[in-house]
Design a protein around this ligand. Structure first.
Ligand SMILES: C[S@@+](CC[C@H](N)C(=O)[O-])C[C@H]1O[C@@H](n2cnc3c(N)ncnc32)[C@H](O)[C@@H]1O
Length: 423
């Protein structure tokens, strides 16, 4: 790592520009931005950008009183980065300010405002104690409004409180979660996932190289548990990459086929299966064109807005504006219909999305029942260890929210339902 952190800060600043100026998602730009960096700089740059995006509202509130008028976005982003380092990370002021001023001077578009950057950050450095007293950051209006309409203000505020904290690291054990929790000093959650709260490099944890476990949020681990495959069954994992659910299904001993559109993401499924020593037939194809089967069960983890994962991806509300969402809702509908056609009579479809929007959950289920009146909803499939019956909606699906288990560190937002094709 460069001793003064210049490289990491420059890259974090560039990442903020990618998200806030170019409206790109971090996972799209991270590989290229981080590739030239040493491992420590890489981790620091990614952490700085992520925390700044997570706490953007607070940084703006700290800056407000010191700005007569809002400077150009690029300068604002440099200030936001500096404020977050000073207030959230407790970084020494001289280093933060010197590097921010150097970055401002080095860019033609910001050079004229290096003095302002210096003056404002010095003022903020003297009042960092204010930070913790500021309100929890709210989601942008375009996303907050529909969520308030669906859940009410108190629930949305509770979700935001969880989103303001870094998410814990959840693991799924290939075999024995209790033994894994003991081995890694983690907590065994009631649903069977293992939760770790300390940071650190995932691939350095015991058992990673041997494939004894994989990273998977506790909520994301539930769809495959609800599908509960029997070893004698033929199961389809539709929209499978990077393969968290494929590995769960394969670990049950079932005959698993995994389908995903993206060759690059499908390569990750193959890598994950190889590391864990699990087997599945991998098919790179558009799910809508896939005609294999018929299957005893299909798990459809449909492409969605990913609004349930904002605590892990705080770039999302800033990079997106919701304009591409209706296209996803329509695709989910088509995928549900296609998946139903791949089932044997009496077969089950577990539909899920990592979304908080009811358009991708409760409404999809209601609409599917209107399109296919003979379908039934298998509520009994949701009765799994650790699932609170209060999380099940009147329509018969499981609504998981980040504020569930808030005292344990929360969970990703998800919607999961089990549909049965008639005999
Ligand atoms: C939510 S992710 C799946 C996560 C995965 N099930 C897991 O547990 O690791 C959605 C996936 O859908 C894939 N996808 C999007 N449109 C698709 C389509 N038309 N056919 C097949 N896969 C598609 C994407 O490439 C992406 O990998």
């Amino acid at each position: 790592m460069t001793r003064d952190g210049t490289v990491a800060r420059k890259v974090a600043f560039a990442l903020l520009g990618d998200v806030l100026e170019e409206h790109r998602l971090l996972p799209e730009v991270l590989p290229k931005r981080l590739a030239p960096l040493a491992a420590e700089d890489r981790a620091r740059a990614q952490r700085l950008a992520t925390v700044t995006l997570r706490m953007l509202n607070r940084a703006d509130r700290m800056l407000g009183p010191h700005l007569k008028k809002r400077p150009p976005l690029r300068v604002m982003n440099l200030l936001r980065l500096g404020v977050t380092e000073l207030c959230a990370e407790g970084a020494p002021a001289h280093g933060v300010i010197n590097v921010a001023v150097a970055i401002a001077r080095g860019d033609r578009k910001t050079a004229g405002m290096a003095g302002l950057v210096n003056a404002v950050l010095r003022k903020v450095a003297g009042e960092t104690a204010k930070w913790e007293r500021l309100p929890v950051p709210q989601m942008p209006k375009w996303l907050r409004k529909p969520l308030v309409d669906d859940y009410g203000k108190p629930v949305v505020a509770a979700i935001e409180a969880v989103q303001a904290r870094a998410a814990p690291l959840d693991l799924t054990a290939k075999h024995d979660p209790g033994a894994l929790a003991q081995r890694l000093g983690g907590t065994l959650l009631p649903t069977g996932s293992v939760r770790l709260t300390g940071g650190g490099q995932v691939s350095a944890l015991p058992g990673f190289a041997e494939g004894d476990w994989w990273v998977q949020d506790a909520a994301a681990a539930l769809p495959a548990r609800i599908l509960a495959p029997d070893p004698a069954e033929k199961v389809l994992d539709l929209c499978a990459a990077p393969g968290g659910k494929t590995m769960q299904l394969a670990a049950s001993g079932a005959d698993v086929t995994a389908v995903d559109l993206s060759p690059a993401r499908m390569a990750r499924v193959a890598e994950n299966l190889a590391r864990t020593g699990l087997a599945a037939t991998c098919v790179t194809a558009d799910a809508l064109d896939y005609t294999g089967g018929p299957f005893d069960a299909v798990l459809l983890d449909a492409p969605c807005t990913a609004t349930g994962t904002i605590r892990r991806h705080p770039d999302l509300p800033h990079a997106k504006d919701g304009s591409d969402f209706p296209g996803l809702f329509a695709l989910q509908e088509r995928l549900i219909d296609h998946a139903l056609g791949l089932l044997k009579p009496g077969g089950r479809l577990v539909y899920c999305t990592c979304s908080l929007l009811i358009d991708e959950g409760e409404e999809q289920l209601r609409d599917a029942l209107i399109r296919h009146p003979a379908l039934t909803i298998d509520r009994a499939a949701l009765a799994r260890p650790g699932i609170d019956p209060a999380w099940i909606g009147s329509e018969g699906g499981l609504r998981l929210r980040p504020d569930h288990w808030a005292e344990r560190g929360g969970m990703d937002g998800f919607y999961i339902a089990c549909l049965r094709r008639p005999q």
